[in-house]
Design a protein around this ligand. Structure first.
Ligand SMILES: Cc1ncc(COP(=O)(O)O)c(C=O)c1O
Length: 370
C-alpha cells in the first residue's frame, strides 16, 4: 500500500465546499489586494497567537525579512540563528545585508541552544532568530534571557498554534517574541493554495512599520517614508486560510495522535530514536522526525515499498556552499551535523489511516529486522 509523505487531496476533500465558497466570494467581489479577507485572517491569527497584531505578507521568507527590516537589521549587523533549519531563516539575514552567526542545537528537540546564543553575542549582534522546528517551540524565554535587550524574531513557519508553558502559563508560538513569523506554504499545518505568510507582534510601532514595509514603505499611497517591498498576502489566499483555520486545532491534534501511535510502535526498536517533545511543549507535529543509523538505506527501503519520507535537512546551513564566505568548518556545530546525517521525517498528516500508519511501521520494522 503506497503511503505518501503528505496527501493534500485527502484533506481538501473534507473541506472543499467551504473553501470553494470562500474563494468564489473573493472572485465575485473582484477585490484581490488586501481588504477585508486579509484583515479577517489577521484578526483570527492574532487571536490564536494571543498577540495584539498580525500582519499578512507574501510568504514565510518575506515575513522574516520584513521582521528584520522593522528592527533596523542591516549592513554590519550580526544575527544569531540555528544552522539546522530551512534555508530561508539564514538566507534572509544575508539578504538584508547582515551576517548570519550560526550556533548549535539541542540534540533532543533540534532547537537552538540558549547558552550557545549567549556565547555568540558580540557588540554587533542586532537580533536572534530561534526556529520552532518541526512543530515544537524553541525555548523562547531562555533564548530571550540569554541575550537581554536583543530583539527575538521567532521563526514559527512550521509551528502555528504550537504552545509552550512559560512561567506556568501557556504561551503560543509567536506570542512571547518581539516578532513571530509564520508560513502558509501548502505543506504547513495551515497551508494555502500557494504562498502566504504572516507576522505577529505585541508592539504597536513595529506593527505599523510592518504594514508600511509590505507596501513599498509608504503609509499613504505614492508617498514613501522608506524603501519597502511588495509583500502582501493575496485576498484569495486569506479566504482559503480563513476557511481552513477553524480546522487547524483538530488537524494538529490528529497529528499528535499519529505521533503517539508511531511512538508506541517504535518503543521496542533500539535503532529508532523517536521525536522528543519537552514536557513544557505541545507540538503541532508539522513533521515526525526520527533519528536512525543507516538513514539513507532506510529511506530507499521505504521508497521501494511506496512509502514517502524526507530528509529535513541534509546539510546544515553553516556548511552550505553559499555561506563558505563566513568561514565555518565541519565540526563547528556538531549536533546539527550529526542530526543532518540521521534524521528522517515520516508521513504524519492528519488524514492517515491506521492501515497506512501500520504500513509505515511495518516498513521501518522490516528494515531493522524487527
Ligand atoms: C523554518 C522555516 N522558515 C522559513 C520558511 C519560509 O517560508 P515560505 O516557504 O513560506 O517562504 C519555512 C518554510 O518553507 C520554514 O520551514
Amino acid at each position: 500500500m503506497p503511503v505518501p509523505l503528505l496527501d493534500l487531496k485527502a484533506q481538501h476533500a473534507t473541506i472543499r465546499d467551504d473553501v470553494v465558497a470562500a474563494v468564489m466570494d473573493v472572485v465575485d467581489s473582484q477585490l484581490f489586494i488586501l481588504g477585508e479577507p486579509v484583515a479577517a485572517l489577521e484578526r483570527a491569527v492574532a487571536e490564536l497567537s494571543q498577540t495584539k497584531h498580525a500582519i499578512g505578507c507574501a510568504n514565510g521568507t518575506d515575513a522574516i525579512l520584513l521582521a528584520m527590516r522593522a528592527l533596523d537589521v542591516g549592513r554590519g549587523d550580526e544575527v544569531i540563528t540555528t544552522p539546522f533549519t530551512f534555508f530561508a531563516t539564514a538566507g534572509t539575514i544575508h539578504n538584508v545585508g547582515a551576517t548570519p552567526v550560526f550556533v548549535d542545537i539541542e540534540p533532543d528537540t533540534f532547537n537552538i541552544r540558549p547558552d550557545a546564543v549567549a556565547a555568540a553575542r558580540t557588540s554587533q549582534s542586532k537580533a536572534v532568530i530561534p526556529v520552532d522546528l518541526f512543530g515544537q517551540m524553541a525555548a523562547i524565554e531562555a533564548v530571550s534571557a540569554a541575550v537581554p535587550g536583543l530583539p527575538v524574531i521567532e521563526d514559527a513557519a512550521q509551528s502555528i498554534g504550537a504552545r509552550r508553558r512559560i512561567d506556568g502559563a501557556w504561551r503560543m508560538a509567536g506570542e512571547a517574541a518581539t516578532i513571530g513569523t509564520f508560513s502558509f506554504f501548502p505543506s504547513k499545518n495551515l497551508g494555502g493554495f500557494g504562498d502566504g505568510g504572516m507576522l505577529v507582534t505585541q508592539n504597536d510601532e513595529i506593527a505599523e512599520r510592518l504594514k508600511r514595509l509590505r507596501v513599498h514603505g509608504g503609509a499613504k499611497q505614492y508617498f514613501h517614508d522608506e524603501v519597502g517591498y511588495n509583500s502582501r498576502l493575496d485576498a484569495l489566499q486569506a479566504a482559503v486560510l480563513s476557511a481552513k483555520l477553524p480546522h487547524l486545532a483538530g488537524w494538529s491534534a490528529k497529528r499528535r495522535e499519529n505521533a503517539a501511535y508511531y511512538d508506541a510502535a517504535f518503543a521496542g526498536l533500539s535503532d529508532v530514536r523517536t521525536p522528543y517533545v519537552s514536557p513544557e511543549n505541545e507540538s503541532i507535529f508539522n513533521q515526525y522526525t526520527i533519528r536512525v543509523p543507516r538513514r539513507d538505506e532506510l529511506q530507499a527501503s521505504l521508497k521501494a515499498r511506496g512509502i514517502g519520507s524526507s530528509i529535513y535537512y541534509p546539510l546544515p546551513l553553516h556548511l552550505q556552499p553559499c555561506f563558505a564566505y563566513l568561514g565555518y568548518k565541519q565540526g563547528q556545530c556538531p549536533e546539527s551535523e550529526r542530526a543532518a546525517g540521521e534524521v528522517l521525517s515520516l508521513p504524519i498528516f492528519p488524514e492517515l489511516t491506521h492501515a497506512q500508519l501500520d504500513e509505515v511501521i511495518a516498513g521501518v520494522r522490516a528494515f531493522f529486522g524487527a
